[in-house]
Write a protein that binds this ligand. Structure first.
Ligand SMILES: [Zn+2]
Length: 76
């Protein structure tokens, strides 16, 4: 976290709250999650629910992670 800018940490905190609230509202049942969630589409090359681009798979701390390179790019 010491490499993230303060405003990035604040945005991340806000996003975590909204994602957690959406999951709670869906009673943590994946088939009730918002269509914008990647969880049901976790497969490399699956279509991003937002832009239709290919999802990519990487490993973060030993865990598989999926993301859309178009919508979730790194900040410079
Ligand atoms: Zn996308």
């Amino acid at each position: 976290m010491d490499q993230l800018k303060d405003d990035t940490v604040k945005r991340l905190h806000r996003s975590l709250g909204s994602v957690l609230q959406a999951a709670i509202d869906a009673r943590v049942e994946a088939d009730r999650f918002p269509e914008s969630f990647l969880l049901p589409d976790r497969e490399e090359g699956a279509a991003c629910p937002k832009c239709g681009g290919d999802l990519k798979k990487i490993e973060v701390s030993g865990r598989a992670t999926y993301f859309c390179p178009r919508d979730q790019s790194r900040e410079s």
